[in-house]
Write a protein that binds this ligand. Structure first.
Ligand code: MG
Length: 367
């Protein structure tokens, strides 16, 4: 099996809410996503997607992803897409670093590989565990009252895990946490995600002020060292996200005892292959995980569902259905949330049929 052609599409995904806002006034009003179709000589097609959360979240941006894919894609022509380790090596030789560039191509090769074998991708990733994957809902930064009201709306849709966007003014963040915690029911989970937005002195004020409340604190500060200052002063379980961007970074967090949960975003690691490595390391090391990505639509949501569903259930903290936040579907039968949970399904590969004709002409064809 050999790769014959790679087609690249720029796809705008409108947000269903007016905007999505997080720490330090950062926000997006739409998503600029990139889809890739990797076609084999036998006529099979695999799909991948990469969608940075704007240009100011992680060191990634949509135009950079597309420029990088244009540079890397020619190196994959003639390669066996099932040899996902060799695909990663080829991409690294063509472009050092820039993991988000490689994510969509890696994802498409995984889809193609599973389709060729006639099995769902979750089977290649270890096999699904349990019935379905529990999802969280991200609550965009707003007034305390509006954020508490949003939790009520999303609970009615079946979510029981809520990720509150804080990382702003510490006094207001304390009010946000208190307002949301006060409306939660027994069994519901609250995570206050500062997205690196606090300095240690600000984070220390927040964790001390909410000490008696049951919640997780996520990525309070920018560096591991700063997060450790907060960790040592806090009783709350700690989630780390932005700084966990490679297996080596994961090991550094583990050695420092810095986190109880880590968030594995597929694009941050450079695709399913390296994210699976980090996932398997977490299982060995006893760290729970949120399996997700930096955003996306139907294709990313399917990839998350397969990787999450094949992660041992005891290690799954949460996951996410990004295609529920956007007003554009690109595929037939995309995975959809049911009662706050999602399944990876039994169809081959990622299990979705992308409606390629509806994407418009490709911005790049490599053959
Ligand atoms: Mg986060």
């Amino acid at each position: 099996m050999r790769i014959r052609e790679i087609r690249v599409f720029a796809v705008e995904l409108p947000l269903l809410e007016d905007r999505y806002a997080w720490a330090d006034g950062r926000m997006v009003e739409r998503f600029d996503s990139t889809l890739v179709a990797v076609a084999s000589e036998e006529g099979l097609v695999g799909w991948g997607e990469v969608c940075p959360l704007g240009p100011a979240y992680l060191p990634a941006h949509a135009e950079g992803a597309r420029a990088g894919i244009a540079r890397v894609a020619p190196a994959l022509l003639g390669c066996d897409p099932r040899a996902v380790d060799r695909i990663q090596e080829r991409m690294e030789r063509a472009l050092k670093g820039h993991p988000f560039v490689k994510s969509a191509l890696d994802m498409a090769c995984h889809d193609l590989s599973a389709r060729a074998q006639g099995v769902p991708l979750s089977t290649l990733l270890g096999g699904p565990d349990g019935e379905a994957v529990e999802l969280y809902r991200a609550i965009s930064q707003d007034t305390p009252e509006a954020m508490a009201a949003a939790v009520g709306r999303w609970r009615a849709e079946g979510y029981r895990r809520f990720q509150l966007k804080v990382g702003g003014d510490p006094d207001l963040d304390i009010e946000r946490i208190r307002a949301v915690r006060s409306v939660l029911d027994r069994g519901e989970v609250l995570v206050a995600d500062a997205n690196t937005g606090w300095l240690p002195h600000e984070a220390l004020r927040v964790v001390r002020a909410v000490r008696e409340l049951d919640l997780y604190i996520e990525q309070p500060c920018a560096s591991l060292e700063e997060c450790l200052i907060v960790r040592r002063a806090s009783d709350h379980p700690m989630v780390l996200d932005e700084i966990v961007d490679s297996p080596a970074a994961l090991l550094a967090v583990w050695r420092a005892g810095a986190a109880d949960v880590v968030n594995l975003k597929i694009a941050k690691f450079g695709g399913l292959r390296p994210t699976r490595l980090a996932r398997d390391l977490c299982v060995e090391l006893g760290i729970a995980m949120t399996i997700e990505d930096s955003w996306g639509g139907d294709v990313v949501t399917a990839a998350i569902a397969h990787l999450a569903h094949s992660t041992p259930e005891a290690f799954r903290f949460s996951s996410t259905d990004f295609n529920d936040y956007v007003g554009r579907s690109v595929a037939l039968d995309p995975p959809r949330r049911e009662d706050g949970r999602i399944r990876s399904g039994t169809a081959p590969g990622l299990g979705l049929e992308v409606e390629e004709a509806a994407l418009g002409p490709p911005i790049l064809v490599v053959r």
